[in-house]
Design a protein. Structure first.
Length: 231
């Protein structure tokens, strides 16, 4: 009789606990709605961390008609696996004033980074000096405001990667670029992230100025690196 009474109490306790759980479940806050692909892509951009990559490739090219007249090209390779080391190669091309000799001036500069110091080639030798990590790894596109309200004519494609293309209305350009001095028109955007929305891959911008058009591309690099620091 005692055994039967014990089992009855045990079953009653289980039913009581189960009933309480159901009541608690009914009062839970409903789950957040599923994010759209656009929102997932923007989350990948906002969470981008250069220290989870091995660098980037950047180019900004300005055209007068079909001719390239000015350009900035940067290739950064970095190893963040231990003590941070990096190499940055920059090539600058500038159109000279008419009648000043050569049509273009091209400048190539290589710098290295290690232990909060930068190494530059000056007066025939490599010289190390103190330098902030945040300045060396600063990304030019970090100030761009990716907000749907700044974009129009959105198109999305999800095949091997997620690709978003859009235009920025002229009256929204300064807000989009977070710049009061921007004088660009007809700005178009192409944003690419991985198919699973975990990684930001690249950003491309094209725009017009008074007499020229420009194309900018920033592409994340995740391949192998080999950096040999100067002595």
């Amino acid at each position: 009789m005692r055994k039967i009474r014990f089992l009855t109490l045990a079953v009653a306790s289980v039913l009581l606990v189960t009933g309480c759980n159901k009541d608690n479940g009914g009062s839970e806050t409903p789950p957040d709605p599923e994010k759209t692909n656009y929102e997932k892509a923007l989350a990948a951009v906002s969470s981008f961390d250069i220290e989870k990559t091995n660098g980037y490739d950047y180019s900004l090219k300005q055209y007068l008609g079909k001719d390239e007249v000015n350009s900035d090209v940067i290739s950064l390779r970095a190893d963040f696996s231990g003590s941070i080391t990096a190499q940055k190669d920059e090539t600058l091309k500038r159109l000279n004033t008419y009648g000043s000799g050569e049509q273009f001036t091209t400048t190539q500069v290589t710098t290295y980074f290690s232990n909060n110091m930068i190494c530059e080639y000056k007066n025939g030798q490599w010289k190390w000096s103190n330098y902030k990590k945040s300045d060396y790894f600063a990304i030019s596109i970090s100030s761009i405001k990716f907000d749907k309200s700044y974009l129009s004519s959105l198109k999305e494609d999800l095949s091997s990667k997620y690709v978003l293309t859009a235009d920025v209305p002229d009256e929204k350009v300064k807000e989009f670029l977070n710049s009061e001095t921007a004088s660009f028109t007809s700005v178009s955007v192409k944003l690419t992230v991985s198919a699973d929305f975990t990684n930001f891959e690249s950003l491309e911008l094209s725009y017009f100025q008074t007499n020229t058009r420009s194309e900018m591309k920033f592409e994340v690099y995740r391949g192998s690196v080999s950096i040999n620091l100067p002595n």
